[in-house]
Design a protein around this ligand. Structure first.
Ligand code: FAD
Length: 516
């Protein structure tokens, strides 16, 4: 069921070229394009594909100015396209500047670097060579002079200027400029350490370092955990007043006042709430599953495994645990090929009358509240539930490292109402769930896949402007989770991330406010 196109799928955020779309994607485009021509059977292409995917994630924010594409030349239907571009070896990379004409064969990139950083720098070098056909969405990348800086505030939408002071060979300023291109009310420029007058008027001593300059002439240094691209971009995107293009923010106080539909429940954004977990159970067991009149085959296996994992690891109130145990025992006794949802539901609901076993009815989102009814809620609580379950399985030393993940995979595949989500999740599971060989890597796997999804969804319509999709946890939430390689690239400190997750999603840390 997964839309495979050679080595890449649509969730890799790479445009998959075909004879049908190639002309419209490459020619006369407002964005530049870097295309990988590959063959599925070529070992070097297989080895290079993770780098290409990582690059796509890394420069996702640059898409309006420069995008990535790929075409499988081993696919016979694509042969003519590859031949037309003169491709004879794989993988080949070709750069197409914005507004390339139909005659263009692209600029071949020979001896290209096999790492994301090198490729990113190449793209910047190529962008800078555009001259008169500059991609309209691409902000200026050249160094700023003192005179220009004073003129910036005359431009529409700019209330704040971020200046990255750096040496000539550094790419940080240009990378941050591109990372912010989809944000409004801010402009980013790079200033060289040789601009002595600016350096001294801002009092700059470190290179790189980032300073904020507003239209009233106020100067302050941007506070970051590390002086590097990822940290600057993250901090600038989150400054008050800086908004993603097309996503105006309503102040949260107005939301609270205007929320006529449901009373807004104040909550701590950095904690897990039991009310969300119980609401997820209610919604999945009483609403999502009820769409299936009878449940059989793989779906029945999926349901049994899901309920079994919940019965074992859901860190709930005794009454909820007892309700889950009752349903689990009943399900394990069902030896037929099929069950009726109504029978399942009777067991679930009868528990209310027969004992103290209760799964509360209805949903009451707390940490998963959205600023509008169509944001967050159930999918937020599904992620949270499974993070909690992977951590609980670790604490309780489950004998099977993949037990919770496989239950999640089956549940999502059989029942999760968001079908594109299910397809994407299955594609990630097929790609790497096999690598999970310990309970810690299970916790880690779910965290890293969730971040992949966050990266893909950042800026989408489904993103709640009050809860932007970030690479989580943020530097504020877990400073020690974030590190820096010698090259200046961001890195996750895996041990620290694991410690953080085990604490954040632990049963002792879950808040019970608002429980009914
Ligand atoms: P969510 O992403 O739902 O996260 C909930 C909370 O978990 C966050 O508030 C944060 O506290 C915490 N968190 C964030 N990142 C991590 C992390 N890496 N590790 C641990 N905790 C974290 N939507 C689509 O549009 N397309 C899809 O393909 C898609 N696939 C999905 C697949 C699955 C399996 C699920 C459960 C959901 C999927 N969704 C998809 C929905 C989407 O991921 C979000 O759940 C939804 O947009 C709500 O977002 P949110 O802001 O509440 O944060």
């Amino acid at each position: 069921l997964i839309a495979e196109a050679g080595l890449y799928t649509e969730s890799d955020q790479i445009i998959i070229l075909s004879p049908e779309n190639v002309d419209s994607v490459i020619f006369n485009s407002t964005a530049a394009l870097l295309v990988e021509f590959y063959a599925t059977w070529c070992g070097h292409c297989v080895a290079f594909s993770p780098t290409w995917k990582n690059l796509a994630r890394d420069i996702k924010e640059w898409k309006p100015a420069v995008d990535l594409a790929a075409i499988d030349c081993a696919d016979e239907s694509n042969r003519k396209v590859c031949t037309n571009f003169g491709i004879t070896g794989y993988p080949s990379l070709k750069f197409f500047p914005a507004y390339s004409s139909r005659e263009s064969k692209g600029q071949e990139f020979r001896g290209f670097s096999r790492d994301v950083r090198g490729l990113r720098h190449y793209i910047i070098n190529k962008l800078e060579m555009h001259n008169e056909t500059w991609p309209p969405a691409c902000p200026p990348l050249e160094t700023a002079s003192e005179a220009e800086i004073d003129n910036v505030f005359q431009t529409d939408n700019v209330k704040l200027l971020a200046l990255v002071f750096e040496s000539k060979g550094s790419y940080v300023g240009r990378e941050v400029t591109l990372d912010l291109l989809q944000y409004e009310n801010i402009a980013v420029r790079r200033v060289l350490d040789t601009e002595t007058s600016l350096v001294s008027s801002f009092g700059v001593t470190d290179f790189p370092s980032c300073y904020l300059y507003n239209s009233s002439g106020y100067i302050s240094r941007l506070k970051v955990l590390n002086e590097a691209r990822t940290f600057y971009s993250y901090a600038l995107q989150r400054l008050p007043g800086v908004v993603r293009t097309g996503k105006p923010q309503i102040p949260i106080n107005d939301l609270i006042k205007n929320s006529a539909l449901q009373e807004w429940r104040p909550f701590n954004k950095t904690r897990v709430y039991m009310s969300d977990l119980e609401s997820a159970l209610h919604y999945s067991l009483r609403v999502e599953l009820s769409g299936h009149i009878s449940i059989s085959g793989d779906d029945l296996i999926a349901l049994k495994k899901y309920i079994n994992v919940l019965a074992k690891y859901f860190p709930g109130r005794p009454s909820v645990k007892s309700a889950l145990n009752t349903v689990d025992s009943w399900l394990q006794q069902q030896k037929g090929m099929e069950i009726k949802y109504s029978d399942f539901r009777d067991v679930l609901d009868n528990t209310v009358q027969t004992s103290d076993a209760v799964l509360p009815e209805g949903v009451q989102w707390v940490g998963c509240q959205g600023s509008q009814a169509h944001f967050r809620g159930y999918p937020c609580a599904v992620w949270t539930l499974f993070h909690v379950l992977t951590v609980q399985a670790k604490e309780m030393s489950s004998p099977d490292p993949q037990e919770v993940l496989q239950a999640m995979r089956r549940y999502v595949s059989s029942f999760f109402g968001c079908r594109p989500c299910a397809t994407h999740f299955e594609s990630m599971a097929q790609e790497s769930m096999d690598h999970v060989t310990s309970l810690s890597t299970a916790v880690f796997w779910l965290w890293s896949r969730h971040n992949h999804v966050n990266n893909r969804l950042a800026g989408e319509l489904s993103e709640d402007p009050h809860f932007p999709k970030i690479q989580w946890p943020s530097p504020e939430l877990c400073p020690s989770c974030h590190g820096l390689r010698k090259t200046g690239e961001h890195s996750w400190n895996q041990e620290e991330v694991l410690t953080f997750l085990r604490n954040y999603f632990s049963s002792a840390h879950i808040l019970t406010d608002y429980l009914r």
